[in-house]
Design a binder for this molecule. Structure first.
Ligand code: WT7
Length: 569
């Protein structure tokens, strides 16, 4: 697919090359009021600072779901997060204590998360779909002292097995206090509206996000207050936020996108943030954009693909003309999806690459930059990325290798909770953080994702990136989703096997199978065409939308599937 030209306009980042040359993180640090004292609190900078500096009456949060429809100004967010801070103080929460939040998106989630940060606690958001085992693993490992949850989810909290857990705050107006189980709502109402902010060091703990690797239990990735420097910087140069923007990030705070970019980045930049509760539904999502006149929209390839299969006619029923800037994260953004975005929204979808561990965006497409569909873009000013071999040598352009980052960026994780060895394993190649992704860089410095290191397929001596095959497969009109793995084969080493979910209205027939095979064969390469295909209603995905190839592989080889706690239900 041909490149899409840069967008004209008054962008925060006008000239990428120039910005890279002149960049200094210290200049970003100076934009914060804490620059002089050295003491900091992210929640103060995100909320109170704006409430006290001319934005008190501006809407900070538009919240809606099937039952609630509310909005809160920066001044109100300050009050409610202060109240939450006081409720947590009553529960004896001190600096460094872990406060976990296990509930669906509601305003109370945002109040308590910010309130916990205000008093120096480390917050741990848990996705609402977690079942008991996943909840236990995380609360146990983190030694959480307080949990905030709902009556429904409370059933999945094995309180008696968790000796560190002292108090459970239950968000429900009718909940009756019962020993350590206390109603949150009435306490929020009664709590004082002022609180003394806990000024912490920039390197003090802020948030724990659990993420699963290919082996072992989920690991707790720790981020610190200093991360705000990068959240703010990327809010400006990547999200391109302007003061009057209405911003919507569709991710849940149970995942890093939902905190770094659903809470921190937009509020550090002082813009109005939209939160739509409830499940994904195309009509609901288009309505949300239309109703709030969303200008900047950050979502994920799976969501875009689901919108795509809901049809172009649906898009036409809504006025989405407010949209100015659309972004994507979490998995490869297929060129097919970029093409669709241009067709139906008249917008380029800007891919961004980063990880739970990196804490913030790292390699991105910018408004003022030519987009090469299928590429993740270029490193943000302030980040140095390279493709290295297994010894840490930088590879020349167009050679596939390990995607690595020069150590030391503000939002980098500072620990794996209780697991120093695991933390160190990311930095085994001197000076580099090794991402676990394979990629290559072209002559012009654009990065191209190839797969997770262990997913790359070797078939008859040819290297095949599963993403390339999946991208081609989803271009076929019958294919809604595709996941591709290497299946061990005595002759070819591996053969390519595709798991496919068909779009509505299509049925599996021998003709269709052969047509799909030919489609890849002729559209990509003969050796890249799947030799085997299996059809499923849907494919296993993480909540951030990645097809879980390791689950497909486990199905295929009849092996245990491992930790499934991050799988979408
Ligand atoms: C992995 C990290 C932090 C965002 C949510 C996912 C994959 C992420 C892209 C992209 C291709 C991507 C990588 C990465 N990934 N963004 N733009 N293109 N792959 O965070 O769950 O920690 O996963 O997601 O494989 O290593 P995560």
């Amino acid at each position: 697919m041909k490149a899409l030209p840069a967008i004209e306009g008054n962008h925060n980042l006008k000239n990428y090359e120039e910005a890279v040359q002149n960049f200094d993180w210290e200049d970003v640090r100076k934009t914060f009021s804490w620059h002089k004292t050295g003491k900091v609190n992210l929640a103060y900078e995100a909320i109170d600072y704006h409430a006290e500096n001319g934005k008190g009456e501006q809407v900070a949060l538009y919240y809606s779901d099937a039952r609630r429809d509310e909005s809160y100004t920066f001044a109100e967010m300050k009050t409610f997060s202060n109240k939450a801070a006081n409720v947590l103080k009553e529960a004896n929460v001190k600096k460094g204590d872990r406060v976990f939040i296990f509930m669906p998106r509601t305003p109370e989630l945002y109040f308590t998360l910010l309130g916990a940060i205000k008093i120096g606690a480390i917050v741990g958001p848990l996705f609402e779909a977690f079942m008991e085992g996943a909840v236990r693993d995380r609360l146990e490992d983190s030694g959480a002292k307080v949990l905030i949850t709902t009556p429904t989810l409370l059933e999945r909290v094995p309180f008696d097995d968790l000796p560190d857990l002292e108090t459970v705050l239950v968000a429900d107006e009718t909940y009756e206090d019962n020993g350590p189980f206390l109603q949150l709502n009435k306490r929020l109402q009664a709590a004082p509206s002022d609180v003394a902010i806990e000024w912490v060091d920039r390197e003090d703990g802020l948030i724990l996000h659990y993420t699963s690797g290919s082996t072992g239990k989920p690991k707790g990735v720790l981020h610190v207050h200093e991360a705000m420097v990068q959240h703010y910087h990327t809010a400006k140069v990547v999200l391109d936020l302007q003061p009057d923007d209405i911003y919507w990030c569709t991710a849940d705070p149970g995942w890093v996108t939902g905190t770094s970019y659903g809470i921190f980045a937009p509020w550090l930049a002082g813009v109005t943030n939209v939160v739509r509760g409830g499940r994904f539904s195309p009509t609901d999502w288009y309505e949300t954009i239309q109703r709030y006149k969303v200008t900047v929209w950050y979502s994920a390839p799976t969501a875009f693909r689901m919108l795509m299969s809901a049809g172009d006619e649906l898009v036409k029923q809504y006025d989405l003309s407010s949209l100015r800037h659309v972004l994507s994260v979490g998995e490869p953004l297929n060129p097919e999806v970029v093409r669709w975005g241009v067709k139906v929204f008249d917008k380029r979808i800007h891919d961004t690459w980063w990880m739970t561990e990196t804490g913030a965006q790292m390699i991105c497409n910018y408004p003022a930059m030519e987009i090469r569909p299928g590429s993740m873009g270029k490193p943000i000013p302030g980040v140095e990325a390279a493709i290295i071999d297994d010894r840490g040598n930088e590879l020349p352009p167009n050679r596939m290798g390990n995607l690595a980052i020069k150590k030391g960026w503000p939002a980098m994780m500072r620990a794996i909770w209780n697991n120093e060895a695991k933390y160190q394993s990311y930095f085994e190649l001197d000076g580099w953080y090794v991402s676990g992704d394979s990629a290559y860089m072209d002559e012009d410095g654009y990065f191209w994702f190839q797969g997770r290191i262990d997913d790359v397929i070797m078939t008859a001596g040819e290297r095949v990136g599963p993403f390339e095959v999946e991208s081609k497969l989803v271009e076929h009109p019958a294919v809604a989703e595709a996941g591709v793995i290497g299946k061990p084969d005595p002759v070819r080493g591996e053969i390519i096997k595709a798991f496919i979910a068909l779009r509505q209205g299509y049925e599996v027939t021998d003709e269709l199978k052969e047509e799909i095979r030919q489609f890849v064969k002729t559209g990509l390469a003969a050796h890249a065409a799947p030799r085997e295909m299996e059809f499923r209603k849907s494919l296993p995905k993480t909540r951030s939308g990645k097809i879980m190839r390791r689950v497909l592989k486990a199905w295929e080889l009849d092996l245990p599937t491992g930790d499934l706690s991050t799988m979408e239900d």
